[in-house]
Design a protein around this ligand. Structure first.
Ligand code: GLU
Length: 305
């Protein structure tokens, strides 16, 4: 069993991260498996170097120690390029010059013909990453010299699949209590995800592509993460199928909320592990606060015991 925790170093870790990391780490320890740490640091505009060190330190304080080197996605461009090119070579990706604004305008006022050619976007569906892409650059490819992102051609991608539906196993729970074998609905991918971005205009791989490439490359068997990412899992399952990658088991978990019921965000400094620690919290009190039992007894010394 290989578990992983994959935070983005764009802020200090808060209780929500602690819940994910401890859940994954406990599961790996209980099963005698491995626990890996991967820093999802592809968003150069938001990543800050001090957060990288702080994440490793905060986790060590909690008793969460990775087995093996910490991976950084910023060093993995070649692997993501190879995956992207495999999709491009099969005609499953297309260049897109649209700005966010172009997309919003196209969705608000569909071009003539768009309704017939691209019903999902033209209908103004809302997807994983904003409005469903209205297909503008699919209908009219950008000039060769244009700076472009790459998008998945969702229609073409779904057309390559066989009759057997895509499935994944959920051992935690989705936002509606989903558990057990989940069947991916192609229509939900078409209307709920659409032509998702695979690589951004700055050349960096997008989250969905990087996450599946790395989970496979690290031999991850169990993905533990917040239920907010449950909706992204069908896209990950599709990319795994297109790229011939193994599918891990998924364990989505509840989100940790503040007293007003809002999910914690990086801006909630008061809930950062750093501030909680400064206010006297201990790894054991953090576990209790998160309603996690004591760490599994592996016979090894642990900071949290
Ligand atoms: N990097 C993502 C985040 O910090 C998590 C990705 C994942 O677990 O798949 O929200």
């Amino acid at each position: 069993m290989v578990e992983r925790f994959a935070p983005s170093p764009t802020g200090r870790l808060h209780l929500g991260h602690a819940y994910s990391a401890l859940t994954a780490h406990d599961a790996a320890r209980a099963a005698g498996g491995r626990f890996l740490l991967r820093l999802e640091d592809l968003d150069a505009g938001r990543v800050r170097a001090p957060f990288v060190e702080a994440i490793v330190e905060d986790l060590a304080w909690l008793g969460v120690l990775p087995d093996g080197p910490v991976w950084r996605q910023s060093t993995r461009a070649r692997a993501y390029d190879a995956a992207l090119h495999a999709l491009v070579a099969r005609g499953l990706a297309f260049r897109c010059a649209c700005t966010r604004r172009d997309i919003q305008q196209a969705v608000a006022a569909p071009q003539e013909g768009a309704v017939q050619q691209s019903p999902p976007g033209a209908a103004g569906d809302w997807g994983l990453e904003g409005p469903i892409y209205p297909g503008t650059c699919l209908r009219r490819p950008p000039a060769p010299q244009a700076t472009t992102a790459w998008r998945l051609n969702m229609g073409a991608a779904l057309a390559t699949l066989g009759a057997e539906p895509l499935r994944f196993r959920e051992i935690g729970r989705g936002p509606q209590g989903q558990r057990g074998i989940q069947t991916v609905d192609p229509d939900a991918l078409r209307h709920g995800a659409g032509d998702i971005v695979l690589a951004r205009k700055d050349g960096a791989a997008a989250y969905h592509l990087a996450v599946v490439v790395d989970d496979a490359a690290q031999g991850v068997t169990h993905v533990t993460r917040g239920e907010d990412l449950f909706a992204a899992t069908p896209v990950h399952r599709l990319l795994q199928a297109l790229l011939g990658l193994a599918t891990p088991v998924y364990r989505h978990h509840r989100l940790v909320r503040d007293d007003a019921g809002r999910r914690l965000a990086k801006r909630d400094d008061a809930r950062s592990l750093e501030s909680l620690r400064a206010a006297g919290a201990t790894p054991a009190s953090i576990r209790a606060n998160l309603r996690l039992g004591p760490p599994p007894d592996t016979g090894a010394p642990s900071a949290a015991r």
